[in-house]
Design a protein around this ligand. Structure first.
Ligand code: C2E
Ligand code: CA
Ligand code: CA
Length: 574
């Protein structure tokens, strides 16, 4: 009995001590300005302790409620917060983070401690929430500038790159994808120059605000600079798929933006998309890829979206390489002229030659003009290249003329930028004079695109050249606007029907009808016709039948070096 009494007294004493410990613990908790969360893995129980309501207006019942924290914190903390709250996934014991609440100015330090059992399995998790607003508020403004773009309130570029990096890390672990949408407003410079920078800024702001609607735990939006924005999407699917976001952007841009001054401005944006891991394995490369793809989208017209595909990147890198080599090539003059013969259809007699440039880079590889001419047009090197083409072709032609006295035409491809040079007409005349070639012996090929930008200026120059006797030929007819009615007003002599027509002229009834009516109309207008890219006897026969004046193509002659043209002239004369 005594023994029992002694035991009860001992239990009572222990109980009292425990209660006191609990009281002390509670007191410590309550005065610490903190809240705690305790989770027991074995029993799967979750308890919130101390000043919970001071921090949160929600309660937690189990681990599945943890996403409430992501709603409570600012979106940029979602990923780091997830890492700290689920430390056991990385086998870590302790970690802390400072987080800003979404709807108040409160800063909270969140520290997690995990206690592992002897087997190394997590047994207890304790998370402490501590108010650190006092320490952080002075830094608030500074950190705002560090994270956000002041004009739009979106993440700035640096912080976006960091957050996107976290997406990529997480995707690596969870075997998911991350998409980047690189967005560039179309014609923003025109708007900025036309309406002024205040209006420009307002457009940037409004568009930023519009994009911020897409932000959530898995979608981050950033303003990079001027008119460039970037969206990062973790595990794109459903509502947050690239397609769904693009549809919403397109729908939002259907109506013009209403600015504060009452001005209504239509906005369009070009978007490039790249996805981790398909396009790139790291964050910066991923953004770069999306930017390159955006350029491709822009090149295909306004308001377009382009998805990544490996060939875009390859083309881009090749172009950069070519651009670098091209600058050197202009000085080294690693170019050659080839000539492709043109024949009169009726008797297959040589009408003339089209001058086609060839470039052997310093590794001896031949680069085709289809690839480097557009680059040369963009970086301006087409001007010296074009002058070289003209001089070299006319020089060679003058040699043949002197040797064989065979009357023929030399056709030269001329780019828009060349026509726009103020001294273009003078330069042509100087070269003709230098080699004693008359204007009637040359034909300049233009494309319809040349006429779009500066119709007036260029047609005036063409008129001047024609007035002197130079022939003008419209190249690639059928690939551009191709309206027969506008041909009437153009200062041209010859029309070249594009290869794409000739390709299917034998097999496709519609192409036949179109080609026949082109030839009929063009003849009525008094122009000469040339069919390009004629490769077969059937095509040749058909074009003879419908009375096309001239033929150019592999069937009768490929582009060839000058020596072979000489042989051809000799044969013609024989
Ligand atoms: P283009 O003016 O339409 O020239 C015709 C192109 O078609 C040439 O390609 C020629 O080799 C090719 N071709 C001709 N007949 C056939 C055929 O029967 N079958 C096939 N499959 N192809 C045929 P090339 O020489 O590669 O020139 C490509 C383009 O580069 C030219 O197209 C022209 O736009 C541009 N270009 C070439 N040389 C010059 C130049 O000196 N100055 C400028 N500005 N552009 C040039
Ligand atoms: Ca041509
Ligand atoms: Ca052509």
């Amino acid at each position: 009995m005594n023994e029992l009494k002694a035991q009860i007294e001992l239990l009572n004493a222990m109980n009292k001590k425990l209660m006191q410990d609990a009281k002390i613990l509670r007191l410590i908790c309550e005065t610490s300005n903190s809240a705690f969360l305790y989770y027991n893995y074995g029993e799967n129980t979750l308890q919130t302790i101390a000043n919970w309501d001071y921090f949160f207006d929600f309660r937690l019942t189990d681990m599945n409620d943890f996403p409430r924290f992501y709603e409570w914190a600012e979106a940029r903390y979602t990923a780091p917060l997830r890492e700290v709250l689920f430390l056991e996934k990385r086998g870590m014991k302790t970690a802390a983070i400072e987080v800003k609440a979404r709807n108040s100015r409160m800063w909270v330090e969140i520290e997690t401690n995990i206690i592992y059992d002897d087997m190394g399995k997590p047994a207890d998790k304790i998370v402490r929430f501590k108010d650190v607003t006092k320490f952080n508020s002075q830094n608030d403004e500074l950190s705002y500038v560090a994270y956000y773009d002041l004009l739009t309130g979106l993440y700035n570029r640096n912080y976006f790159v960091r957050l996107l990096g976290e997406f990529v890390c997480r995707a690596k672990e969870e075997k998911k994808t991350v998409s980047v949408m690189f967005i560039d407003l179309d014609d923003f410079r025109l708007l900025n120059d036309g309406y002024g920078i205040i209006v420009g800024d307002e457009i940037v702001q409004m568009f930023g605000q519009f994009l911020s609607d897409f932000e959530n735990e898995d979608v981050i939006v950033s303003h990079f600079s001027a008119d460039i924005y970037c969206i990062g999407i973790y595990d794109p699917c459903g509502e947050r798929s690239v397609g769904a976001i693009y549809d919403k952007i397109s729908a939002g841009l259907q109506k013009p933006f209403k600015l504060s001054g009452g001005l209504e401005i239509p906005i369009a944006a070009s978007i490039g998309v790249a996805e981790y891991p398909e396009a790139a394995s790291n964050t910066l490369e991923l953004i770069n890829c999306a930017e390159i793809v955006m350029f491709k989208a822009k090149a295909s017209g306004k308001g377009k979206m382009q998805n990544f595909d490996g060939s875009i990147l390859e083309d881009f890198l090749q172009n950069v390489n070519i651009e670098n080599k091209l600058k050197g090539a202009v000085f080294d003059q690693n170019f050659m002229m080839y000539f492709q013969p043109q024949f009169h259809t009726s008797d297959r007699v040589l009408r003339g030659v089209e001058a086609l440039i060839r470039w052997k880079d310093n590794t001896g590889k031949t680069i085709h003009p289809d690839i480097f001419i557009p680059i040369a047009e963009k970086n301006g090197t087409i001007v010296p290249i074009g002058t070289w083409v003209m001089e070299e072709s006319i020089r060679l032609y003058a040699g043949w003329k002197e040797k064989y006295h065979y009357p023929m035409l030399i056709s030269l491809n001329v780019s828009a930028i060349q026509y726009k040079q103020p001294d273009f007409v003078d330069k042509v005349m100087q070269i003709l004079h230098k080699y004693d070639v008359s204007p009637e012996e040359i034909e300049l090929e233009i494309t319809e695109t040349i006429l779009i930008d500066d119709f007036q200026e260029i047609t005036e120059k063409l008129e001047t050249l024609r007035g002197m006797g130079v022939k003008i030929s419209l190249d690639d007819f059928g690939t551009g606007y191709s309206s027969l009615s506008y041909l009437k007003g153009l200062p041209i002599d010859t029309l070249k029907i594009d290869k794409s027509f000739i390709d299917t002229v034998v097999t496709d009834e519609n192409t036949r009808i179109i080609t026949e009516s082109i030839i009929y109309m063009v003849k009525k207008l008094g122009f000469e016709t040339i069919a390009e890219g004629v490769e077969t006897q059937e095509q040749f026969d058909y074009l003879t039948e419908i009375d096309c004046d001239n033929i150019q193509g592999y069937y009768l002659g490929k582009p060839m070096p000058p020596e072979e043209i000489e042989v051809l002239i000799q044969k013609t004369l024989a």
